[in-house]
Design a binder for this molecule. Structure first.
Ligand code: CU
Length: 153
């Protein structure tokens, strides 16, 4: 190989590497990191589910706390839950298993608003079907579950 041919092949090599780096940076990673496209009614459902944190929930002797303990909704209809604290103590709504929603991030009031103060609310929209167990961090005997099913309408 003469010097000229060697020079051309080095340039060709550099151009190839630069092109593949550009592809990786601007096309591949952008697609890989893109949030999924979801129907508007899943992102912002027309109805909400309501859970009450009843008075006395901070007492272990109180068997009811999150009321209802288990609540069920459908994607695109009512996959948004609003918890209202009717107790005189602050509580949290915290995922049992680090659930991180693809759109709305961690299912944990502590990560967004902190503890839910008396008379305040916490809301979370689940954008995927599944069973979501949760508890209260300061009072771990307080447990509940949200079940979201696919909608077939
Ligand atoms: Cu609590």
């Amino acid at each position: 190989m003469n010097n000229h041919a060697a020079g051309i092949s080095i340039i060709a090599f550099i151009v190839t590497v630069a092109a593949s780096m550009a592809y990786y940076q601007f096309v591949y990673t952008k697609e890989a990191n893109a949030k999924p496209q979801l129907p508007a009614e899943v992102l912002n459902p027309p109805e909400q589910l309501k859970v009450s944190i009843i008075e006395g929930s901070s007492q272990p002797s109180q068997p009811k706390n999150f009321e209802p303990k288990e609540i069920r909704g459908s994607l695109g209809i009512n996959n948004k839950v609003i918890w209202t604290n009717h107790d005189t103590t602050a509580h949290s709504v915290t995922t049992d298993n680090q659930y991180n929603d693809q759109i709305n991030g961690p299912f944990n009031s502590i990560d967004t608003i902190g503890l839910v103060l008396p008379q305040k609310t916490y809301e979370f929209t689940f954008t995927k079907d599944g069973e979501y167990s949760y508890h209260c961090e300061p009072h771990p005997w307080m447990t509940g579950k949200v079940i979201i099913v696919k909608s077939f309408v």
